[in-house]
Structure formats: C-alpha cells, structure tokens
Design a protein around this ligand. Structure first.
Ligand SMILES: C[S@@+](CC[C@H](N)C(=O)[O-])C[C@H]1O[C@@H](n2cnc3c(N)ncnc32)[C@H](O)[C@@H]1O
Length: 278
C-alpha cells in the first residue's frame, strides 16, 4: 500500500491528540496548542507507519507503557524545532567576549570560564563560542558544555558536518581555517569538535538540571518560545540555580524574561538585554 493511502486511513482523534499533547507537555514543557493538531498528526504519521501501527491510539499506548523511554526520545526528536546556524545573533557573542567575560574575570581574578549552551540543537551555538575563543582569545580557558533534549541533534552536533545554509554567516577567515568542504558539506575541525561536551538534557528534568551547576554563562536561546508560562518559569528557575552568583543567562533577543521572573537583574549592553544572577 502506498504511503498516502495508508496515512489517509489513520486519523488523529481529538481525545488522542490531547493525551499525546499532555504527555509531551508534562515531560518537556513544549506546549502544542489545539490549532497545531495538524502539526502533531503530520509529524507522527510516518513514525506510526514505521512501527506498523494501525492507529494513533496504538502509538499512545507505546508512549505510555514503553518502559525504557526510548520512544519518548524519538517523539522529542519529531516534535522539536531545530532551526539554528553559526554566528546567529552575533551581537550576543560580542557581548559575551567584550563585556560579560571581562566583568566575570575581574570578579574571580582568573580567565577560566564554564559556559553552557542549553538547547544547542545541532551544535552551531556552542561551536561558535569555541571558534571565537580560539581565534581571538587563545589563552582563555573555556569549558563548554552543550545539551539538548533530542538525541538526533546531539548526534549530528558530534558529527559536525554542516550545510551551506548553516555556515552562511561564518566570516570567511573562520570558514577557511576551521572547516573542510567535502562531498557531505562543511566539516568542522576536530580540535573544535573536541572542545565541546555534549549531553542529553531535558530542561524540564529537575534531577538532570541539578547536575549542571557553577556556570558563569548559560545560553538558552530560541527554546523558551515553545513553552507555556508555567514551564518557562520552571526552566528559568532551574537555570538560575545552575549559574554561580554574578553569572549571566542569555536568551534569544526576542525572548524577554520580563513576565517570567524577577530573580535576575536585566542588564542592557549595546541595546541588548542579558540577565545577571544576583
Ligand atoms: C530552535 S532550536 C535553538 C538552537 C540554538 N539555541 C539557537 O538559538 O540557534 C531549539 C532547540 O531546543 C530543543 N528543546 C526543546 N525542548 C527542550 C527541552 N525541554 N529541553 C532541552 N532542549 C529542548 C530542541 O530540541 C531544539 O534543538
């Protein structure tokens, strides 16, 4: 039977949609509103066919009672939006190196930093930090951690091979020095790849989040938009705990914490807002 004929026979009932949506929300904080039912249906239909299931209800059963959680991980891979690229919002990287790091360095009396790219997708964000450090601050000691809920994107990040879309904002000098173009795309230099520790962390998982502490700076960009207010508040308070006093949280430039928390001090640098743990 063709793919289209099979998929047209299987429909996502409203009740099943709500149950699947609630599980996704409860586990990850990602909220899929009623008017995005088609999004979930389209994302899951292929998975249902791969599994040779006859209905979304079969899939729901698997998610509920699949004891080792593997299918939940595949579900996160399907419903997450992984758009990212190198040197995204470059002003924030300038602020990191030109304002935040010097300030933290003065406070600590050394040039060692621990940085976390939380929700790193395929790795462009943490690798951008390491590229700038390698090029501009070779003597700085930087520990870079990067994490995501999706195992699929973490594997892609570790492989470090990128499309022309992903590298389009990289300054020419960096591209020539740190990438090799081959049949598959632009392959990142091995030393840069080795400088980032990748982890699978759900920002909504308190236990795992407690294992991340003492960070000077956390990048959590372009992910809070997928959470509702309650989930945002929870995640932001866990990120607060992961920072050392005086450390900074950097969100996407369109993601304000104004209505989420008053725990951080908003600091305006070059018209951009970053958040300082007091
Ligand atoms: C749009 S990408 C942002 C990537 C990068 N931070 C940037 O700004 O370019 C959002 C990422 O958030 C991840 N994500 C979504 N929910 C998450 C959660 N609860 N915990 C950890 N990562 C999550 C997705 O898998 C996806 O890779």
């Amino acid at each position: 039977m063709s793919l289209n004929m099979t998929s047209s026979n299987i429909k996502l009932r409203d009740e099943t949609f709500k149950q699947l949506r609630d599980i996704i929300y409860e586990k990850s904080g990602i909220f899929i509103p009623d008017n995005k039912k088609y999004f979930l249906e389209n994302k899951l239909i292929r998975r249902i066919q791969e599994k040779n299931f006859n209905s979304f209800e079969d899939y729901l059963y698997l998610i509920r009672y699949n004891s080792n959680g593997n299918e939940l991980s595949s579900l996160f891979d399907l419903v997450t939006t992984n758009e990212t690229f190198f040197f995204r919002e470059p002003l924030q990287f300038d602020i990191l190196f030109d304002f935040i790091m010097p300030e933290i360095s003065r406070g600590k009396g050394n040039n060692n930093f621990k940085i976390w790219s939380a929700a790193c997708s395929t790795g462009e964000e943490p690798y951008t930090i390491v590229l700038i450090k390698t090029e501009k601050k070779p003597d700085m000691k930087l520990d870079v951690y990067a994490s995501d809920i999706s195992e699929g994107v973490i594997n892609a990040a570790k492989a470090g091979i990128y499309s022309s879309y992903s590298v389009r904002n990289i300054p020419e000098t960096y591209l020539r020095k740190y990438f090799k173009q081959n049949g598959q795309g632009f392959e990142l230099d091995q030393n840069i790849k080795n400088s980032v520790r990748f982890l699978n962390i759900n920002l909504n998982d308190e236990k795992k989040m407690r294992s991340m502490y003492d960070f000077d700076v956390i990048f959590c960009r372009n992910v809070l938009i997928y959470f509702d207010d309650k989930a945002k508040q929870k995640v932001v308070s866990l990120l607060y705990n992961s920072l050392r006093p005086g450390g900074y949280l950097i969100t996407g430039s369109t993601e304000s914490l104004h209505n989420v928390t008053r725990a951080f001090k908003p600091v305006v640098i070059n018209k951009a807002i970053v958040y300082r743990r007091t």
